[in-house]
Design a protein around this ligand. Structure first.
Ligand code: ADP
Ligand code: MG
Length: 230
């Protein structure tokens, strides 16, 4: 089941340099269940930091993160990443090169019995339009196909929330445009709550129901946008 995401007064501070560096501050938003949100802003403004905190890889100095009514993070509490039901599709999260497409998609499903897992892998590959490609290895797939396999892999464990960090930025502009629309349709068909980050304005508008403009670690605006019919 997809859940709503709520961030309230979030502050994230990096230590380790000569002085602590507050990368994200006073950051609040509400993304309703089943909606696609997008954080838009230039490189270095803190987009990845926000996603890493939602995924559980950065602690909060202040504020809270909730998924549905479940507290994931605050200054005092921290649910470990693997217990958050948060899926990720990051640009740098390449597929496992030594596993074929079906094995990549099934990777997070190892707890399931064989038959159930195989059925789910087939369903997920069909969802991303790659039902014929299960036996192919990553190097036998185009960049766009690889990202669709990565999407199927991220969706397979049925996360309550999916995070996408610039997932299309390594692709040529034609593939990127096509895939943006396709991925939106897939997420909508699955009723998946998702949060995308990008520095590409066209991508944000093509993909998202809610767009937040980020500037220097702060959210300047969080607004709902009209979507073209999908
Ligand atoms: P974006 O994803 O929008 O490009 P980031 O979230 O990666 O931005 O970075 C936001 C700020 O935090 C930048 O100033 C960056 O240099 C800093 N930063 C990111 N990761 C770390 C880290 N591990 N340690 C210290 N500073 C970091
Ligand atoms: Mg980034």
């Amino acid at each position: 089941m997809s859940a709503s995401l709520s961030l309230e007064g979030v502050r994230i501070t990096y230590r380790g340099g000569r002085e602590p560096h507050t990368a994200v501050d006073n950051f609040s938003l509400l993304l309703p269940a089943g909606r696609i949100g997008c954080l838009l802003g230039p490189s270095g403004c803190g987009k990845t930091t926000v996603l890493r905190a939602i995924a559980g890889f950065e602690p909060l100095r202040a504020g809270s993160i909730l998924l549905g009514d479940r507290l994931l993070s605050s200054a005092a509490a921290h649910v470990p990443p693997e217990q958050r039901r948060v899926g990720m599709m990051f640009q740098e999260y390449a597929l496992f090169p030594h596993l074929n497409a079906a094995q990549n998609v099934g990777f997070g499903l190892r707890r399931l019995a064989r038959e159930e897992r195989d059925a789910k892998v087939a369903r997920m590959l069909a969802l991303v339009g790659l039902q014929e490609a299960g036996a192919r290895f990553p190097h036998e797939l185009s960049g766009g196909q690889q990202q669709r396999v990565a999407l199927a892999r991220a969706l397979a464990p049925e996360p309550a929330l999916l995070l996408l960090d610039e997932p299309f930025s390594n692709l040529d502009s034609n593939t990127r445009e096509r895939l943006t629309t396709e991925v939106r349709e897939i997420l909508k068909a699955a009723g998946q709550t998702a949060m995308l980050v990008t520095h590409n304005e066209a991508e944000a508008h093509a993909m998202a129901d809610h767009i937040g403009v980020m500037h220097n670690g702060r959210l300047a605006r969080w607004s709902e946008q009209e979507q073209a019919p999908h």
